[in-house]
Design a protein around this ligand. Structure first.
Ligand code: SF4
Ligand code: SF4
Length: 470
C-alpha cells in the first residue's frame, strides 16, 4: 500500500517527524507523497509534458508536423515554415516566453518550477516510481542503509532499469524533433544512427538519469540560475506559499489543555517531510522554495485532523499577511510592464507569421568588376540571384526586369524551377548600349513571378553600373 493511503494518527505523524529534517544539500531528499489539491494540479501539469513525447510523431500534409531541419536551416510547424530570414519571429517568441515567465513569477512566484519545469516534472515521475517500488521515504532510507541482499538488488535493479528507460525515451524523443522520427527509431535500433544522434542520446540519458534520479530538487536549489534571479521579480504583492505566523505561533505539540494556549501549528513537521526541496516554510520565504504547494496540502490535512480551519500555510502575499488587500493585477507596475511587452510580442508574431512571403528574393550586384565593356561597346553587369521557395510545392518562376530603359537581361527573361523548401542561387547578366544610359548608375527593378498558382510577384531594387551616362 502506498504511503498516501496510510495517513495515520497525529501520534504516527509525530513518530515519522524524526525522519524529516531541513535540506542542507548533503543527501538525496526522500519527500513524503501526499494527496491533495495542489498534488492534483501538479499531476495535471505534468500530463501536459506527455505532448513532448508524442510531438515528433504527428504528421501534417504528409510531413513531420514539428521539425527542426538544421541542415536546411528551416523550422517546420504544421503548415508554417520559418527560415533564417524570419528569425526575428522566433526572437519575438523567446521574448514572449520570457515575459510569460516573468509575469507569472511576479504574480505567483516560482509556480513554473513547482508545476511545469521539466526538472521537477521528471523528478516527480522518478520519485513516484521509487515510491511504488521501494516504499515510502522511511522504508527507502532503511533500504539504502541495509546491506546488499537479493531483495535490495532486485528492487534497485528494477527501479534503475525503469529510470534508464525513461531517460532513453526522453533522449530519443528530443533527437526526433531534428530528423524523421520513425526513421530515427529504426536507425537507433539497427545501430545505424549518425554520431551526432548518439551524442545527443548519451547527453540526455546522462542528464535525465543523474538530474532527475539523483540530484532531484537539489538542481533547483543549487544549480538553477532562475532561482538566483527570481527574487528580483517578486514584490510584496506576489502570492507565495506562506506560513501564517500570527495564527500558527507559538507552535507546540498537541498535549491536552496545554494546546489551548498555543497557536494552530502542532509542530508535526509534515510540511518539511513533504517538501521536495526539504525547506521549512515556517522559517519564511526561502530560495529553495519552488512554490509547489505540497506543504499546503500537508498542513491542510493536519488542520482537518485537529479540527482547525485550513490555510495555516497558504498562497498569500506579504501585503495580505499584513492585512492589506491586494491591488488588482492591472494596477501592479510589474504586471503592466510584462503584459505590455507580452502583447507587443504577440502582435509582432501575428504580424510576422501572417506576412511571411512564400518566396524570398535577394540580388547581389557583382562588385569586381562593377561592369564589363564588350568588344561591340555594350556594357554588361553581373548579378547573383538567390530565390527561396518557402512553400511545400515546387514553383516554376520567371525573372524579368523593369524601370530600366535600354537595359535588358542577356538571353531574355529567365525561367527556373524553385524546388519546394529550397534556395536556388543563379547568375544573370544585364546588358545595355552606352547611348541608352543617362547616368553612371541606372535604377532597375528585378521581378520574380510565379508562372501558375499561387500568384506570386516579388520585386527587388538594384542598379546597373556603367562608366558614364550619355
Ligand atoms: S505548519 Fe502545519 S504541517 Fe507544518 S508543522 Fe505546523 S501544523 Fe504541521
Ligand atoms: S516550502 Fe512548500 S511550496 Fe515551497 S517547495 Fe517546499 S513544499 Fe513546495
Amino acid at each position: 500500500m502506498s504511503e498516501e493511503n496510510k495517513q495515520g494518527s497525529i501520534e504516527d505523524i509525530y513518530a515519522d517527524a524524526a525522519h524529516w529534517h531541513v535540506n542542507t544539500g548533503g543527501e538525496t531528499i526522500h519527500a513524503k507523497r501526499m494527496p491533495g489539491r495542489f498534488r492534483n494540479y501538479k499531476w495535471y501539469a505534468s500530463i501536459l509534458w506527455l505532448l513532448y513525447f508524442i510531438g515528433p510523431y504527428f504528421r501534417w500534409d504528409g510531413q513531420q508536423a514539428i521539425f527542426f531541419d538544421i541542415p536546411h536551416r528551416q523550422f517546420h510547424m504544421f503548415s508554417l515554415t520559418v527560415w533564417p530570414q524570419d528569425i526575428w519571429v522566433l526572437s519575438l517568441v523567446l521574448i514572449l516566453l520570457a515575459m510569460t515567465l516573468f509575469g507569472v513569477t511576479a504574480v505567483a512566484g516560482r509556480v513554473w518550477c513547482g508545476y511545469f519545469c521539466f526538472q521537477t516534472v521528471w523528478t516527480d515521475w522518478f520519485t513516484w516510481l521509487e515510491d511504488k517500488i521501494e516504499g515510502n521515504p522511511i522504508q527507502r532510507r532503511k533500504l539504502d542503509a541495509a546491506p546488499w541482499d537479493a531483495r535490495k538488488i532486485r528492487l534497485k535493479l528494477f527501479k534503475h532499469t525503469l529510470w534508464m528507460l525513461i531517460a532513453i525515451v526522453t533522449g530519443i524523443t528530443f533527437a526526433a524533433y531534428f530528423t524523421d522520427a520513425f526513421d530515427l527509431w529504426h536507425r537507433y535500433l539497427t545501430l545505424d544512427a549518425p554520431l551526432v544522434a548518439w551524442v545527443v542520446l548519451a547527453a540526455f540519458i546522462f542528464g535525465t538519469y543523474v538530474f532527475a534520479g539523483f540530484m532531484r530538487e537539489q538542481v533547483c536549489f543549487w544549480l538553477c540560475p532562475y532561482a538566483r534571479i527570481q527574487s528580483v521579480m517578486l514584490d510584496k504583492d506576489t502570492e507565495l506559499p506562506t506560513y501564517d505566523t500570527k495564527r500558527g505561533e507559538p507552535r507546540g505539540k498537541v498535549r491536552g489543555k496545554e494546546s489551548e494556549k498555543r497557536g494552530d501549528c502542532i509542530d508535526c513537521h509534515l510540511c518539511v517531510g513533504v517538501c521536495p526541496t526539504g525547506v521549512d516554510i515556517r522559517e519564511g520565504m526561502q530560495e529553495g522554495c519552488i512554490s509547489c504547494g505540497m506543504c499546503i496540502d500537508a498542513c491542510d490535512s493536519i488542520m482537518d485532523k485537529v479540527n482547525r480551519p485550513r490555510g495555516l500555510i497558504r498562497y498569500a502575499s506579504e501585503k495580505e499577511m499584513m492585512g492589506i488587500s491586494l491591488p488588482p493585477l492591472f494596477k501592479r507596475p510589474r504586471v503592466i510592464a510584462y503584459s505590455t511587452i507580452f502583447l507587443l510580442a504577440v502582435t509582432g508574431i501575428i504580424y510576422g507569421l501572417s506576412h511571411i512571403p512564400p518566396v524570398e528574393l535577394s540580388v547581389v550586384h557583382e562588385r569586381q568588376p562593377l561592369f564589363i565593356q564588350m568588344s561591340n561597346g555594350d556594357i554588361h553587369n553581373k548579378y547573383t540571384i538567390k530565390a527561396v521557395n518557402k512553400t511545400l510545392t515546387d514553383m516554376h518562376v520567371k525573372l524579368s526586369i523593369s524601370d530600366a530603359d535600354g537595359v535588358e537581361i542577356v538571353g531574355g527573361s529567365q525561367e527556373v524551377v524553385l524546388q519546394a523548401g529550397r534556395l536556388l542561387p543563379f547568375s544573370v547578366f544585364l546588358s545595355a548600349k552606352p547611348a541608352a544610359l543617362k547616368e553612371k548608375k541606372t535604377k532597375i527593378r528585378f521581378i520574380l513571378e510565379n508562372i501558375g498558382t499561387p500568384a506570386v510577384k516579388i520585386e527587388y531594387k538594384s542598379v546597373f553600373m556603367s562608366p558614364s551616362g550619355s
